[in-house]
Design a protein around this ligand. Structure first.
Ligand code: 13P
Length: 249
């Protein structure tokens, strides 16, 4: 019903040459792979080189961030119009690293989603709790707050949700498949309550120390529709293994 989606978030890694080398090695490894959507999110500086190399393939391009205005005096920012122009079809918004290091609030996330959707790009909206919040049994409260703030006055089409518990990001400490499914079920119910039947079409990805070794058990869970992969997406063979692992769903 929902096609699995595997997305690579390279964060602040890879020059343009490294990006090109990755794509040239990666494409043959996934040749003929069907039943899974693939996205690569390189840094801004590599978007154009990546766009040229993946043009004739099914691999789609995402940016890792965006600004909420279309143009103007906002030194250093990049608009959705520019991302479209570069060949992006998706944008990752609200990643916990943006929330933590760049003070991104749910209100800012909401403004970004509005402008991005107005310009026809799709969104991967990241949400997730910290270790302290999980230990304090506040996971659902946090997810509720992030979803309410981020999706205020937004329709659900063109939105993918990525559940990324902060304690699992880059730590090697993956959520158990059961923990991921529990959080995803909460998100699905939340979406269903706000949007009705269309919620069953929304993909909910898991992110946080996903590897070729654990992707199968995560994807086996009914509410896990794919993965947003950081560290393990930086090497072509490891990302290709995750992609092919997801086709078993
Ligand atoms: P890691 O896969 O390196 O834990 O990163 C996850 C992530 O933040 C993807 O957006």
């Amino acid at each position: 019903m929902r096609t699995p989606l595997i997305a690579a978030n390279w964060k602040m890694n890879k020059t343009t040459v490294e990006t090109e080398n990755f794509i040239r090695s990666f494409l043959p490894l996934i040749k003929g792979t069907t039943g899974v959507d693939i996205i690569i999110a390189p840094p801004f500086t590599s978007l154009l080189s990546a766009a040229i190399l993946i043009r004739a393939t099914g691999v789609r391009l995402a940016a890792q961030n965006v600004f909420y205005e279309e143009k103007g005096a906002f030194t250093g920012e990049v608009s959705p119009v520019m991302l479209l122009d570069t060949g992006c079809s998706f944008v990752i918004i609200g990643h916990s690293e943006r929330r933590q290091y760049f003070s991104e609030t749910d209100e800012i996330v909401n403004k970004k989603i509005r402008t991005v959707r107005k310009n026809g790009l799709e969104v991967i909206l990241c949400i997730g709790e910290s270790l302290k919040e999980r230990e304090d049994n506040k996971t659902f409260e946090v997810l509720d707050r992030q979803l309410s703030g981020s999706l205020d006055n937004i329709t659900l089409d063109g939105i993918t949700i990525a559940y990324e518990p902060i304690w699992a990001i880059g730590t090697g400490k993956t959520a158990t498949p059961g923990q991921a499914n529990e959080a995803h079920s909460f998100i699905r119910k939340w979406l269903d309550k706000k949007y009705g039947d269309i919620a069953c079409k929304t993909r909910i990805l898991y992110g946080g120390s996903v590897t070729p070794e654990n992707v199968d058990s995560l994807m086996a869970e009914p509410e896990v529709d794919g993965a947003l992969v950081g560290g393990a997406s930086l090497k072509p063979d490891s990302f290709a293994k995750i992609v092919t692992g997801a086709t078993k769903k």
